[in-house]
Design a protein around this ligand. Structure first.
Ligand SMILES: NC(=O)c1cnc(OC2CCCC2)nc1N
Length: 326
């Protein structure tokens, strides 16, 4: 094949694979059979091998992972990645609401999000290209894990709009992937992971991205680091904007106009979280209006405009079978 033809075919394949990947991994609604995706990816890998100068850092072929790194580079977060204060019961939630209203007055609305039990990461895009992915670290300094995050299929390598944006979210391992990974580990006589969170963190801490590429990691994005630089007034608008850019935002997120609605959301998911395909360890309650967030500000390490309601630890129900088989 002529180089010119190869260049056109490579660009066409990248557009197709980005689109197929978006519908499969972000919208969970595939538009082609897996075989079609795999064939096109193999064709692209072959073309990039035949014409190495056509390779690009945002090509879908990076999903399978490139060469291992020697070590992890430290990254300073331009905007600190804060931690969340915790609350544990209804009274705590009402106290949080009262403290918020002391500043905002009675005209305050919340957004409630499932608290995904994974690893917090920051994703930076320049001109719509994914250029840097980092762990939260201590909130100010994280580690550059771009090579591993590029293998997370739900993370777009390039956006349809050439924007500069930094988004934050939680990388997690779906329950089923966790169970089958631990089965493989036990078959190979290796130590299984204690929980999906450790499995996700362990996968992202690998120097060799080919390992993370096989771990079926997923992500939900829950905020823009630089949302005061975006043309939005509320958190809900910020999430809508991220959804339009092609980011995976959790569909259970809910606007709550009163603290009663917040408590209903907390009660519902306390009861129904086992029906999810991923683990959550609580609900994050956030003031929606960005102006009110500014009035509320921060404590030394956490925002006053958000809190994490933590579910009570699940009593491990030990059945007779557990005892007999243990
Ligand atoms: N694990 C989660 O799902 C999650 C964590 N954090 C946040 O927001 C924090 C970030 C800094 C202030 C609010 N939202 C979430 N959904």
């Amino acid at each position: 094949m002529e180089r010119k033809q190869a260049e056109e075919r490579v660009e066409k394949l990248r557009q197709l694979l980005d689109k197929y990947g978006y519908y499969y991994y972000v919208k969970d609604d595939p538009i082609v059979p897996d075989a079609e995706y795999d064939e096109r990816l193999q064709e692209l890998i072959q073309l990039e091998n035949d014409f190495p100068d056509l390779q690009a850092p945002d090509s879908p072929t990076v999903r399978v992972g490139g060469a291992p790194l020697e070590g992890f580079r430290k990254v300073q977060h331009r905007i600190p990645m804060l931690s969340l204060g915790n609350v544990f019961n209804e009274q705590d939630v009402r106290d949080f609401d009262r403290r918020v209203r002391q500043v905002t007055g009675d005209n305050v609305e919340y957004v409630c999000e499932l608290k995904i039990d994974g690893l917090a990461v920051s994703l930076s895009y320049e001109d719509g290209q994914f250029v840097l992915g980092a762990t939260r670290g201590d909130g100010t300094t994280g580690e550059d894990i771009t090579h591993n995050l590029k293998t997370v299929r739900a993370i777009p390598l390039r956006l349809d709009e050439a924007v500069d944006i930094e988004v934050r979210g939680e990388v997690f391992m779906p329950e089923r992937s966790f169970l089958s990974l631990n089965e493989d580990k036990e078959k190979n006589g290796e130590e299984p992971f204690a929980n999906p969170r450790n499995a996700a963190a362990g996968s992202l801490r690998q120097l060799d991205p080919k390992i993370a590429a096989k771990r079926n990691l997923d992500i939900f994005l829950y905020g823009a680091g630089n949302d005061d630089e975006l043309d939005v007034n509320t958190h809900a608008e910020s999430l809508d904007y991220m959804d339009q850019l092609g980011f995976k935002v959790n569909p259970e997120t809910k606007k709550c106009r009163t603290i009663e609605e917040v408590l209903e959301f907390v009660d519902y998911w306390t009861e129904n979280r086992n029906g999810l395909s991923y683990e959550i360890d609580g609900v994050v309650i956030k003031v929606d209006d960005l102006g009110q967030r500014e009035d509320l500000g921060f404590t030394a390490k956490s925002p006053r405009w958000a809190t994490a309601y933590k579910f009570p630890a699940e009593e491990k129900v030990t059945t007779l079978e557990d005892i007999i088989l243990s």
